[in-house]
Design a protein. Structure first.
Length: 300
């Protein structure tokens, strides 16, 4: 019976991993944010750069369009960023969003993996944050953690380069951590549950505050090739690892997440299902996104 149960559980996990396969996903162009209150006016609207200069899977008019819609509904000014990172260039923005960057010559997900960012770009981002900028960094399932590891390591975050299953984080069992981002205070609403849709996981540096913490049953499948998972694929416990955390660096702030669909809405072409912000169990994901942005904007 135990063997049967393990086989069933692995099968369900493999279905989840295969559903992450990017070929079956499209942006939900019909998405409408629930938010109707703007935290900013044209006079004080923070400028948000969405990185599109590093072979990013998610873009402002593509898979992250619903993300952009949520931000603009709250009064943010969102612009695509199509240039190499330099300190002078980044000074034009208040918040930099980097989602699923890849090494620029890549045409598939297979190894070997290069670096998405040049060493000078990593240093520019680090300096910009320490001087007051805010970074919103997302690296999903393998290989995304591997190709951005120099940037994530510059802030002390260590990713697992694998596939983690869907997870629900609740305040009542402390998987969703108590933090100004999850509290009901000025400009923000109380968050009691957040849902993620696979992705990866990471360990946090000293001084960082976890937001989404995986429990004892969480594992990461670490295949030699992304999505090529079978019963022999190594499984690594993710107990205590994070899928979301924040860190203050000098005068700036950093929010790191290990899953992208939780912040957008996508159409699964084969089934017609909409997954992400509109999913059952993710009813508060949009407000959670707004709260994270409010923290990065330093209004909470």
């Amino acid at each position: 019976m135990k063997l049967i149960c393990k086989t069933i559980l692995l099968g369900l996990f493999l279905v989840g991993v295969s559903s992450c396969s990017d070929s079956d996903q499209q942006p939900d162009f019909d998405f409408i944010p629930k938010n109707t209150k703007s935290s900013f006016s044209e006079l004080n609207s923070p400028v948000v750069f969405i990185d599109e200069a590093h072979n990013n899977l998610h873009s402002a008019k593509g898979r992250f369009k619903p993300f952009v819609q949520v931000l603009t509904s709250d009064g943010y000014r969102v612009e695509p960023s199509k240039k190499k990172f330099t300190l002078e260039y980044l000074k034009q923005a208040d918040i930099l969003v980097i989602v699923n960057a890849l090494d620029t010559s890549r045409r598939d997900y297979n190894p070997p993996y290069g670096d998405a960012f040049e060493a000078e770009e990593v240093e520019a981002v680090k300096q910009w944050v320490s001087q007051g900028g805010s970074l919103f960094l997302v690296a999903d399932h393998t290989p995304f953690p591997k190709v951005i590891e120099k940037l994530s390591a510059a802030f002390g975050f260590e990713f697992s380069n694998g596939h983690v299953g869907n997870a629900i984080f609740r305040l009542d069992n402390k998987a969703l951590m108590d933090h100004p981002i999850t509290k009901k205070i000025s400009h923000s609403e109380r968050i009691v549950q957040v849902k993620t849709f696979g992705g990866s996981a990471f360990q946090i540096p000293e001084g960082a505050k976890p937001l989404l913490t995986l429990g004892k049953g969480a594992i990461s499948l670490v295949p030699d090739l992304p999505f090529q998972v079978n019963e022999q694929t190594p499984r690594v416990s993710m107990d205590g690892w994070s899928q979301g955390a924040v860190l203050e660096v000098g005068e700036g702030r950093v929010a790191v997440f290990a899953e992208a669909m939780m912040f957008t809405s996508q159409l699964i072409v084969s089934t017609g299902e909409k997954r992400g912000l509109l999913s059952v169990g993710a009813e508060q994901n949009e407000q959670f996104l707004l709260n994270v942005m409010h923290w990065l904007s330093k209004i909470i």
